[in-house]
Design a binder for this molecule. Structure first.
Ligand code: DPP
Ligand code: ZN
Length: 844
């Protein structure tokens, strides 16, 4: 397979004045006719006329009405064309039924739908399938299906057909079409300038009762984008369709978002609080793409973070505003560290803007998305709220209707604020997590903090240059008062000191408040200082962070030195838990330990070879110690979460349930499961039900409840994903592989449904001790299924293969076992470009 390089970018030699498409839908033989008006691009060097096109049959082609015979390759067609403007027409046949890749036009549960990002449109018709070619589309759909949708506004419809017109020029990756037996949950929104917009959430008949939350979330997002960014919606309709078989979470097609049904459908009985929050955030995310992604798009796929980093940052800000900002920040930091720092530590590390790829679908990563969002957050911190708003206004003014680059993005910040971002731009080009080492000194009322930054080598990048790191710092006095409020230090050198004058005593520093940069930090400080911050820090993030550091330190000591759990930390934890002035959601986060995988990463960073079974045992022992030490506080926390009346997924009750269920998990370690069984029996919502089931499974009980759960929910795909996933995630180490294998024989297992496959195999690799259980059975099982899945759905196979990316962390035996599986996959005939690129990089 060919490697594509950022440095080779060249514009397409033609512009498109209009695209007309007609679809005659048929399960195995859909006809697509296209009429595309090309004209030479005055800003591009001339070149051959090449249109992407794969897995389709060309029936006929014409240029300006005259039949032509293009040359066809597996990648597309070339053809001689006139010097000036011309019209290209083609008729092709495609087979949606046979399309198990879920990329292009395919069938899901009897409906037709599309997924074109990044390069699915080339499976639909011959076209310059690249984001910098933007065009106005008119689409006619012919089908006996009752609901026929495409992008933009409806033009007209009749029996068996419908026509749509999207007035906004867009790249092909934002094209969408849906045809199915669907019903809508309708709504209305009036934009601030008075445009009336019809909203529809389209679902399968029977699911209407589960779409209300998505609709409310959409309205909330539309209003928020007007208020926070001054961005209004720009069409007469906004449609969202829920689809069961979908590789991604959701897709921002212009005016016709297509969603994985798990991110649309929710009712109290079927979805957890976390599901509700996630739906709200993803609805917002896709909606926000209407401006950041659609109106302004990416010049090429190397610029993916331009739209994704910014749009993630926007959805994070939205969630902070409509829920709790400190809680959201902590949740985002947990995710970033667990997944993005892990990616940075291994063979898949890459810059937020990569410089080459084989398969672009392999770069929809936590680095591009989450670290990309962190970069936007740092920019905002550096230029301030007003500077940020001015830069964004300039971005929308200057680039509306264009396909642009990270350079264009940074330039608007430079022009709007006068700041030079040359060094800052390294955040986009340099891979890896910067590591800060901090020391301090106090003399004569002067307090000095000294930082050293270092980034470990990553594949293809051995030398790292210093980055601009915004470090928010506050100083606390001995009595807990804040003597210096939060101050933003801007680090630009490899080593740099900052001094605070006029202090009466040596302060306690609170460093990297609000997680002001996506870096790791090492500071030799006493447990007493952390305990002090856990009790007193005015910055909620660092208060949580202090507790997290202590938890990690005590776990590390237990693992490496057989130490007893740290009594001081347990005491501090108790004080936080009982502090009713603190948000319950925050307290729940303080109660959560670093995951076993994070502990493995942490030990590896310290130069140890992690033993997953030992980590699991110590993790368990620490939870038992927590259960005992906090015994007096836990029941009240659990009882406070039994909220009478109608269920609400809003932040406040959800936070109480999060804390109550964290308490339940600990109580269950000592009460034999009595409380959890009672909760399972009486639960009237999924949050309570699944938490009780999880608490029981975690102590090796709950088999009856598991059976009852299955009996109740076997008809419901989304709920059954939880059933499949939870038992694998919580299986005993030696049970994980055999249980997973048995569940693949379950009648409800469907290798063609990505949600089900992820529920099963994502949970296997998420069960750290189970995945790494001695003997390597889990490795072999996952590899078997990756090979099988790859033949059907390369994108999902490739994504799941990242379970192996930490293989070099482990002992020789495990390394050998994992490497053997990676090599077995690599040696498989006919492997997809997706999976082969991933295994090659991991073997690297
Ligand atoms: N639909 C995916 C997302 O919104 C890819 N654009 O992130
Ligand atoms: Zn996105």
């Amino acid at each position: 397979p060919q490697t594509i390089y950022l440095k080779d970018y060249a514009p397409f030699p033609w512009l498109i004045d209009g695209v007309e498409l007609t679809f005659r839908l048929s399960p195995k033989a859909t006809r697509v006719t296209s009429r595309i008006r090309f004209r030479p691009n005055p800003d591009a060097p001339s070149g051959p006329f090449f249109l992407n096109g794969e897995t389709m049959t060309l029936l006929s082609a014409r240029i300006d009405g005259a039949e032509v015979q293009p040359e066809i390759t597996p990648e597309g067609l070339t053809c001689a064309v006139p010097d000036g403007p011309f019209t290209f027409e083609a008729e092709v046949e495609i087979d949606p039924e046979a399309n198990t890749s879920l990329d292009g036009l395919y069938r899901s549960g009897g409906m037709y739908c599309t997924q074109c990002e990044a390069q699915g449109f080339r499976k639909i018709t011959f076209y310059p399938d690249r984001p910098d070619v933007m065009a106005v589309f008119t689409v006619r759909v012919e089908s006996e299906m009752p609901v026929l949708l495409s992008n933009g506004n409806p033009v007209d419809q009749g029996d068996g057909w419908a026509e749509w017109h999207d007035p906004w020029p867009k790249p092909a990756y934002l094209f969408a079409l849906v045809a199915g037996d669907l019903v809508s949950v309708p709504g209305h929104f009036t934009t601030r300038s008075g445009r009336a917009v019809d909203l529809n959430i389209w679902v399968r008949p029977g699911d209407e009762g589960r779409a209300g939350w998505a609709l409310e979330s959409l309205k909330l997002s539309m209003r928020w984008d007007e208020e926070a960014y001054g961005r209004e919606y720009d069409l007469d309709v906004f449609n969202i369709v829920a689809v069961d078989d979908f590789n991604m979470g959701a897709m921002e097609n212009k005016g016709l978002n297509i969603f994985n049904s798990r991110l649309v459908l929710a009712s109290p009985e079927t979805a957890t609080d976390t599901d509700f929050e996630r739906i709200e955030a993803v609805i917002a995310h896709e909606y926000f793409h209407n401006w950041t992604g659609n109106r302004i798009t990416c010049r090429d796929w190397f610029q993916l973070c331009l739209k994704e980093g910014l749009t993630v940052f926007r959805d994070q800000s939205f969630t902070s505003d409509v829920r709790s900002a400190p809680v959201k920040r902590i949740e985002d930091a947990i995710l970033l560290r667990a997944r993005q720092f892990r990616e940075d530590q291994g063979p898949l590390a890459h810059p937020v803007r990569p410089e080459s790829f084989v398969e672009i679908n392999n770069f929809y990563t936590v680095t591009v998305y989450e670290k990309g969002a962190e970069i936007v957050g740092m920019l905002k911190r550096l230029v301030g709220d007003e500077g940020y708003r001015a830069a964004l206004d300039l971005y929308f003014d200057r680039h509306d209707g264009q396909a642009v680059t990270i350079e264009d993005w940074l330039k608007v910040f430079e022009d709007a604020t006068g700041r030079d971002l040359t060094q800052f731009a390294r955040w986009y080009s340099q891979a890896g997590t910067p590591h800060l080492t901090v020391t301090d000194a106090f003399e004569d009322g002067r307090y000095t903090l000294t930082f050293r930054q270092e980034t470990a080598p990553t594949p293809g990048q051995t030398e790292k240059a210093p980055q601009v790191i915004p470090i928010a710092v506050g100083l606390l006095g001995a009595n807990g008062d804040e003597v210096v409020p939060t101050t933003l230090l801007e680090m630009t050198e490899a080593e740099q000191s900052f001094t605070f004058e006029g202090l009466t005593g040596k302060p306690v520093p609170s460093i990297l408040r609000g997680f002001s940069a996506p870096v790791e930090i090492t500071r030799e400080s006493s447990g007493a200082e952390k305990a002090f911050l856990l009790a007193h820090d005015t910055d909620p993030f660092n208060r949580w962070e202090a507790g997290r550091d202590l938890a990690r330190a005590t776990l590390t000591a237990m693992i490496l030195e057989d130490a007893a759990p740290d009594a001081g930390w347990l005491q501090g934890l108790g004080a936080v838990l009982r502090d009713t002035a603190l948000d319950p959601a925050f307290r729940a986060l303080v109660l959560a330990l670093p995951t076993q995988d994070e502990m493995a990463a942490h030990l590896a960073r310290l130069g140890h070879v992690p033993d997953p079974l030992r980590i699991r045992a110590c993790h368990r022992a620490l939870r038992e110690a927590m259960s005992e030490a906090l015994e007096d506080s836990l029941p009240a926390l659990h009882e406070d979460a039994q909220i009478p009346g109608e269920y609400s997924p809003q932040a406040e009750p959800a936070g109480r349930r999060a804390l109550g269920n964290a308490a339940l998990g600990l109580i269950t370690l000592r009460d034999g499961g009595a409380r959890a069984r009672a909760q399972f029996e009486t639960a009237d919502n999924m949050t309570q039900s699944i938490a009780a089931l999880g608490a029981l499974l975690a102590i090796g009980k709950g088999q009856d409840q598991l059976a009852a759960f299955e009996a109740r929910w076997s008809h419901d795909r989304l709920v059954m994903d939880k059933w499949f996933g939870l038992q694998i995630a919580l299986a005993e180490p030696e049970e994980a592989a055999p249980l997973t294998e048995r569940l693949t024989q379950h009648p409800g297992f469907d290798v063609k449904n990505p949600n089900r496959v992820r529920a099963v195999f994502g949970s296997l690799s998420g069960n750290a001790a189970g995945f790494h259980a001695p003997g390597g059975a889990s490795y072999a099982l996952l590899a078997d299924w990756l090979i099988r899945l790859d033949a059907l759905n390369p994108q999902t196979a490739s994504r799941l293969s990242t379970a192996f990316d930490s293989w070099r962390r482990y002992d020789e035996t495990r390394q050998g076992q994992m490497r053997a599986q990676l090599e077995r996959i690599a040696g498989t005939d006919g492997l997809s470009r997706d999976l082969s690129e991933m295994v090659q990089r991991m073997l690297g």
